[in-house]
Design a protein around this ligand. Structure first.
Ligand code: SF4
Length: 417
């Protein structure tokens, strides 16, 4: 391993020993009484979103339909309209009797997301949506076409309580947890957009019916801080009979390291892909970079990640945003490799994520040669490591940047009914 230097903020960069410390820029991090970054785990009390089919188990849906005075099998028909045809429009549901149809749809498929704004890249193969929820809270999702798959990055909370200093979403704190149906509706709405041909980049000779194939929980929020609703949403995603019928391995749940919830996730019988946003292998830096590290340390998070592999057989992803002179040092690559190898071989791979260059900011991208060296060291140590594609940056839709700006607020106000 290379020698670990003393922490400093002043030494020049080319030797790779300069140490830049994390700090917020342009906003003030909320602190608790002890002066540490405030962590919010509980969702503030706000009016709950209306209950929707996707919040309910199949049995609960039948009960609800019966409550509305209709036979229980109507629940399955409604589910088919919503999850297979992506519609909540009673006029399109001609297999349901006209009498009581409006009431049934109003009771089980209430509108959840109002589209406020859509940004699309020039090629049209990436779309960022800004949605307004029933109480005015704003969330975003990003739809991306890749060769052979279509990925949606979804939000799981309005705002976030984890207070990471590099993350625009964390600034405003946690507004509230999203409901399971609000999470699922992002996918259904994206599928509508795909079905109507609005997502670009499709080859002319490709006539396959398309829909979202992969989900990443890397939009707004810490998914494991909203555990029960996120798991209900995942169950609906993978339900082949009365849900979206997606493959669990195509669903990536990522976390900054809520250890008890990682262990709970490992015990579920749904082998989703699990990603740990580590960003630093040493507690000294990670305490500042990821405030939740003050609760659960690097080693505890890695032990829980390894336990996830043991329980599911699914290889774990370690996410690592490479930030110039902050966490991109050769010794940190070596330390990361050492910590991962200490927990065995073949259970993990590392995804370094290059940031967008922000010259003059402490959150600048690593130099290309430094990135390459970081990757080489991990690979040489036997840890599979590949730099991740960060599509979406060009429309400010990449993970950790998903914050509603004042412009967005104004747009939301203008469309509020
Ligand atoms: S990086 Fe993730 S966990 Fe941290 S504040 Fe942002 S959204 Fe929350």
């Amino acid at each position: 391993m290379t020698e670990r230097p003393e922490s400093t903020t002043t030494r020049p960069t080319s030797t790779g020993v300069r140490q830049v410390r994390p700090r917020t820029e342009g906003w003030q991090q909320q602190k608790d009484e002890s002066g540490r970054p405030l962590l919010q785990f509980a969702s503030p009390k706000r009016g709950k979103p209306p209950v929707h089919l996707a919040d309910l188990t199949p049995e609960e849906r039948v009960a609800k339909v019966k409550e509305l005075g209709l036979p229980g099998f109507r629940a399955k028909q409604l589910a088919k309209h919503y999850f297979t045809h992506y519609t909540s429009d009673p006029a399109a549901m001609t297999d349901l009797p006209a009498e009581g149809r409006e009431e049934l749809v109003a009771g089980l498929l209430p509108p959840l997301l109002t589209e406020v704004r859509r940004l699309q890249t020039d090629g049209g193969d990436t779309i960022k949506f800004l949605w307004r929820l029933h109480d005015g809270a704003l969330v975003e999702s990003v739809l991306m076409r890749y060769p052979g798959r279509i990925t949606l990055c979804v939000s799981s909370q309005a705002g976030c309580g984890m207070n990471c200093p590099f993350c625009a979403t964390g600034q405003a704190g946690l507004t509230r947890n999203m409901s399971a149906a609000e999470i699922v509706d992002q996918i259904v709405r994206a599928n509508q957009v795909i079905a109507s041909g609005e997502l670009g980049g499709k080859k002319a000779d490709d006539h396959s019916a398309e829909r979202v194939s992969n989900i990443v929980f890397m939009g707004m929020g810490e998914p494991l801080a909203n555990y029960a609703r996120v798991m209900q949403a995942v169950r609906v995603m993978v339900d082949k009979k009365e849900g979206l019928g997606m493959s669990a391995r195509g669903i990536t749940v990522s976390t900054v390291g809520l250890v008890p919830a990682i262990r709970k996730l490992a015990a579920e019988d749904i082998p989703v892909t699990f990603a740990l946003s580590l960003h630093a292998p040493d507690d000294e830096l990670r305490d500042e970079l990821i405030p939740v590290n003050s609760r659960w340390k690097v080693d505890e998070a890695l032990d829980a990640a390894r336990a996830y592999f043991d329980a599911t057989g699914r290889r774990v992803s370690i996410e690592y945003a490479l930030i110039r002179d902050m966490n991109d040092h050769a010794w940190r690559a070596d330390l990361l490799a050492e910590k991962l190898n200490a927990r065995g071989k073949g259970w993990v791979h590392v995804n370094p994520i290059p940031l967008n260059p922000t010259p003059g900011s402490v959150w600048d991208a690593s130099e290309r040669s430094v990135q390459m060296e970081f990757v080489r060291r991990l690979n040489d140590a036997g840890v599979p490591t590949t730099i991740r594609d960060t599509r979406g940056k060009e429309i400010d839709g990449a993970c950790g940047q998903l914050v509603a700006t004042e412009d967005d607020q104004a747009a939301a106000a203008a469309t509020a009914g």
